[in-house]
Design a protein around this ligand. Structure first.
Ligand code: AMP
Ligand code: ZN
Length: 454
């Protein structure tokens, strides 16, 4: 069966046919490095990792490029708050991103380009657009002239009036059209800046990805991925810049990952409701977090909550027990081939990880009846594509974890009662004794939270 990918550009499942059968090219929009990454960012990065692992499993040669946005308003503002340079802040968080990704078992991309190391490529691309009449300069800033690109809006499928409403959020009277966006920002006092033909300044976010994708993967790439929030305006603008400059399609398949949510709302920095990936990794093994993050299809939202993680812990305990038992048995079973074809069918159909997990766990049930080496090999092979089996990892017993969580919550309830009575001695004692047991609690306006510290 051929592989199918849901292409956000045409809003349909399409056969996956790479431009060059020798090498599949993937570009994934990476983080803006002003802070540590949260579980939502991790979901998008993990989906890209799994797409790549699966394509390699299918025999493709893959070149993956994932950028780091290391110059941006958020970085400049956060650096000013902390009293460090933007460069220093971006460097620290870039290193933390690699560390966290590695802990989650994400294989490094072939290239991790940084925006600040590609300024000449961005300037060249802006110059091409100026020469084509698709851009204009005002006071040292360069704007993209949207009305020069007839297909503007094709990715996000927005009507012209919606595009205008979106663009009005940042009104700039100097623009010819509210939809126009800046590709080069004239320097402001105290901000990092680079020389350009239009004076000192810094690049806009959208031109960064167009220039870096084309530099490392060529004018047309196979798969361009990112979270669903990037579809408009970021990816729409990347298409407008790249396609007007080259006259060829920029990406053949656009893939957008649905949000990781918490309490029904998007997990995000600006929403102040995020769980850092590194904190989650302090509390749960890598494979548990990976299992949880792929337990829903990437185009469906997924809700972060403790019960789901506990369920993932239980599922992986079953898997590990089964694999441990299998190591000692030698017998063929039909279910093995069935599992492998169900796994491939699920992943071939737009990377349906939820169904792929279903196939794996059906076989886990079957092997209780019939155990074999083939089953062991098939399970380890497919679980390694998803990165959810590692012989070195010990998964806690699921019942124990559930019981532990219930006990901690009970202690927190007793502590809350003590606080209500203004019995600070008891309340502090519970906090301090839990800390001695490596359980740190935090009182926030929304209630008390806890985490295990290593
Ligand atoms: P940012 O650092 O905000 O540019 O985000 C880095 C990547 O994470 C982008 O591809 C975003 O679309 C993605 N992302 C951000 N928040 C979430 C979320 N809650 N769920 C899934 N992906 C997200
Ligand atoms: Zn991007």
């Amino acid at each position: 069966m051929s592989m199918k990918i849901y292409n956000s550009l045409r809003r349909q499942l399409e056969d996956f046919v790479p431009l060059n059968p020798e090498q599949v090219s993937i570009y994934s929009c990476g983080p803006t490095v002003y802070d540590y990454i949260h579980m939502g960012n991790a979901r998008t990065a993990l989906v890209t990792d799994i797409i790549r692992r699966y394509l390699v499993y299918k025999g493709y040669n893959v070149k993956l490029v994932q950028n780091l946005t290391d110059i941006d308003d958020k970085i400049i503002n956060r650096a000013a708050e902390l009293g460090v340079s933007a460069k220093q802040l971006a460097h620290q968080n870039g290193e933390a991103f690699f560390e966290d990704s590695q802990r989650l078992g994400i294989q490094p991309a072939d290239v991790h380009p940084k925006a600040t190391e590609h300024i000449p490529e961005m300037i060249d691309l802006i110059q091409i657009l100026l020469d084509k009449g698709a851009a204009y300069v005002i006071d040292g800033s360069v704007y993209y002239r949207v009305n020069q690109f007839a297909e503007y809006g094709k990715l996000s499928n927005r009507k012209p009036e919606d595009l205008l409403a979106g663009a009005r959020v940042e009104i700039d009277e100097r623009k010819e059209d509210p939809r126009d966006f800046d590709m080069w920002k004239a320097v402001k006092p105290g901000e990092p800046s680079w020389e350009s033909p239009w004076g000192r300044g810094r690049p806009g976010w959208h031109i960064e990805c167009s220039a870096m994708a084309m530099k490392h993967l060529g004018e047309t790439i196979d798969i361009h991925a990112g979270g669903e929030d990037l579809q408009f305006p970021h990816h729409e603008n990347e298409i407008a810049q790249s396609e007007l400059a080259t006259g060829t399609p920029f990406a053949r398949y656009w893939m957008h990952v649905a949000f990781l949510k918490i309490d029904g709302k998007r997990m995000g920095k600006s929403e102040h409701n995020f769980i850092l990936l590194r904190d989650a990794l302090d509390n749960y093994p890598t494979e548990v977090i990976r299992h949880f993050l792929i337990s829903a299809h990437y185009r469906h939202p997924l809700d972060y909550n403790r019960e789901s993680l506990t369920k993932s812990e239980g599922a992986l305990r079953r898997l590990n027990n089964c694999l441990d038992a299998l190591k000692n048995y030698y017998e063929d079973i039909e279910a093995v081939q069935e599992m492998k074809s169900q796994f491939t069918l699920a992943m071939d159909t737009d990377f349906n990880t939820a169904q792929a997990l279903g196939a794996i766990f059906t076989l886990v049930g079957e092997v209780n009846k019939s155990l074999s080496t083939q089953a062991y090999q098939a399970l380890t092979e497919t679980c390694q594509v998803l990165g959810i089996y590692n012989t070195d990892t010990q998964i806690d017993d699921g019942d124990n974890v559930q019981q532990r969580d219930q006990m901690i919550n009970l202690l927190l309830e007793i502590r809350q009662d003590a606080r209500n009575r203004k019995d600070w001695e008891t309340s502090d004692k519970i906090r301090d004794r839990l800390k001695e047991l490596n359980i740190e609690i935090k009182d926030t306006r929304e209630g008390t939270t806890w985490k295990i510290i290593s």
